[in-house]
Ligand binder design. Structure first.
Ligand SMILES: Cc1cc2nc3c(=O)[nH]c(=O)nc-3n(C[C@H](O)[C@H](O)[C@H](O)COP(=O)(O)OP(=O)(O)OC[C@H]3O[C@@H](n4cnc5c(N)ncnc54)[C@H](O)[C@@H]3O)c2cc1C
Length: 515
């Protein structure tokens, strides 16, 4: 006969993500009592069935109709394997609970234990002949769906089997490798998804952007020349814009821009003149786009590098503007930046379909462009240009994926669509707002800068901050130097005013005393 020692206590147990969980343990038992987990402080989240709540002695979580996904261990406290199993079952339950909390919000898997010594009737119902036995049950079902002993599946596999939804990126971010899948399979699957296909370094990005810039410059003329007036005007504006927006480190681009602008009237007269200017500069040692753009097909890469050039310039123009404090007339508003880009694409982007689609989206104010790209001179408004471009690019990514699916007559899942979006959750977890499935602007801006701007001190700081968002902290709001200066000035004026007031009061008091 087992002795049940009962007393009431409230225990604070394991911490998950900084949140302490409180459980009310109604009975604290020694192992001799017939229970292994009941009321012990280290056993959270296991609920050891104590038989207190159902007169029938048959718990709702096993026999009831409204049950959720759950795991149940049937054990005997005397069985050595059960005792050995105890810390593993607890650790497994904690691991699953933590992952469910972090990755499958609003869903849960409960973990129970049933002592077959105290509740032998239940164990007979379930024909438990040996201990321990651990089963997982699907919601609403009374028959076990999965046998978890001796091999417990990875928590994500368990979640999958019990119908909890977790997206693929979250699994990868948590280093999930299904046991049935070898490491080689994983690499292949990542490559198919395009996430690891050809990892891109910043050097690749800049190299590809330079090649695409050169390519576009060598292919400006679609007739023998000269360039029509509106095209010439557009080219001048485009090059002047790039001169401001491209980082100084990309000397290859700056040299070409300076030379073409210097001899502009001659350059626009004919293709020969233009090429003569361009030919003054040595060809890049590496004349092919990086693998991240070509994906193994050497003729590919131009459009990819062009996007990269655009993104670099979009970050660069904000950077340029921030440095024009002394002379705001040199700054380029978001609306002007958008128009310059539009006109360049309209006149000089050789991909017909791309151009048509882009202009259609631009001119019909898609993505709220007409309200977002403003003529104002405020950092927040300047930032809309890189953000809008990033969204335009994502919209193209999505459209291409949909077109491909249409051709292949397959339906895209939400997950497929999400994968077209850049950056992936794997690349920038802090960029995503998990609750409303949207991007966090500040984090995306920082990520764009990390990807498309040389590694200066600000970028380094952003890297650190984004690292912090991985711990669940929100990214900080970006203050420009000018905003900081205005704040300090306002503070100084306020202090001056208060000081003056107090001096005047003191003088008045002295005067009164003197009188
Ligand atoms: C303005 C423009 C419009 C286009 N329109 C069409 C079209 O209508 N139809 C068509 O078939 N092709 C279009 N293209 C070409 C197409 O977008 C791709 O460039 C091409 O399919 C090659 O794709 P990719 O996988 O190499 O990556 P790309 O889409 O070219 O992207 C280059 C790199 O940019 C990064 N990136 C991806 N998304 C973003 C983002 N949202 N923000 C920042 N960086 C990102 C990635 O690292 C990627 O490797 C267009 C290209 C441009 C420049």
């Amino acid at each position: 006969m087992f002795l049940l020692i009962t007393f009431y206590s409230s225990v604070t147990v394991a911490r998950f993500g900084g949140m302490s969980q409180q459980i009310k343990a109604e009975k604290i038992s020694t192992p001799e009592s017939g229970y292994l987990y009941l009321g012990t402080t280290d056993s959270y989240p296991i609920i050891d069935y104590d038989g207190n709540h159902e007169a029938s002695g048959r718990p709702d979580f096993l026999y009831g109709p409204d049950t959720g996904p759950r795991v149940v261990e049937f054990y005997a406290p005397w069985c050595p394997h059960c005792k050995k199993m105890r810390p593993h079952y607890i650790a497994y339950a904690q691991r699953v609970t933590k992952l469910v909390n972090e990755t499958a919000q609003g869903q849960e898997i409960k973990f129970y234990a049933i002592s077959c010594v105290v509740h032998s009737m239940i164990c007979k119902d379930y024909k438990i002949a040996g201990y321990p036995r651990i089963f997982a049950f699907l919601p609403g079902q009374q028959t076990p769906a999965i046998d978890l002993f001796p091999k417990m599946p990875h928590p994500f596999e368990l979640m999958d089997k019990l119908g909890l939804y977790v997206d693929e990126d979250t699994k990868l971010r948590n280093n999930y490798v299904p046991e049935s899948e070898s490491l080689a399979d994983r690499v292949v699957s990542l490559m198919i998804r395009g996430e690891m296909s050809h990892p891109r370094s910043k050097r690749d990005t800049f190299h590809d952007a330079v090649l695409s810039f050169n390519f576009s410059m060598r292919n400006l003329f679609t007739t023998h020349g000269p360039l029509p007036d509106d095209a010439s005007k557009t080219l001048h504006q485009w090059l002047s814009f790039l001169r401001k927006a491209i980082p100084r480190q990309l000397v290859e681009i700056h040299r070409v821009i300076d030379s073409v602008l210097k001899d502009f009237d001659s350059a626009i007269k004919s293709e020969e003149n233009m090429l003569a200017i361009l030919d003054q500069f040595p060809k890049p040692l590496q004349s092919e786009w990086s693998k991240s753009c070509t994906k193994g097909q050497s003729e590919m890469g131009y459009t990819c590098g062009l996007w990269e050039l655009f993104h670099i310039a979009s970050i660069g123009i904000v950077e340029w503007n921030s440095n024009t404090r002394e002379d705001r007339s040199k700054a380029v508003s978001a609306v002007d930046a958008g128009n310059v880009l539009r006109d360049f694409i309209a006149h000089f982007f050789g991909c017909d379909e791309c151009r048509t689609n882009f202009l259609k989206a631009f001119d019909s104010c898609e993505l709220d462009r007409c309200n977002r790209l403003r003529p104002t001179m405020i950092t927040r408004d300047w930032n809309e240009f890189p953000l809008w471009l990033f969204e335009m690019h994502n919209a193209v990514n999505l459209r291409l994926m949909r077109e491909q699916a249409n051709e292949e007559k397959r339906t895209l899942t939400e997950e497929d669509e999400r994968r077209t979006q850049w950056p992936t959750r794997l690349e920038c977890p802090g960029c995503y707002n998990n609750t409303v499935a949207s991007f966090i602007k500040e984090a995306v801006l920082q990520h764009l800068r990390i990807e498309y701007w040389p590694d200066d001190q600000i970028t380094q700081e952003y890297r650190k901050r984004l690292g912090e968002t991985l711990d669940g902290r929100q990214p900080h709001i970006i203050f420009s130097a000018i905003e900081l200066f205005c704040g300090l000035l306002a503070l100084a004026l306020l202090l001056g005013y208060l000081l003056r007031k107090s001096l005047l009061r003191r003088r008045r008091n002295l005067n009164l005393k003197a009188n």
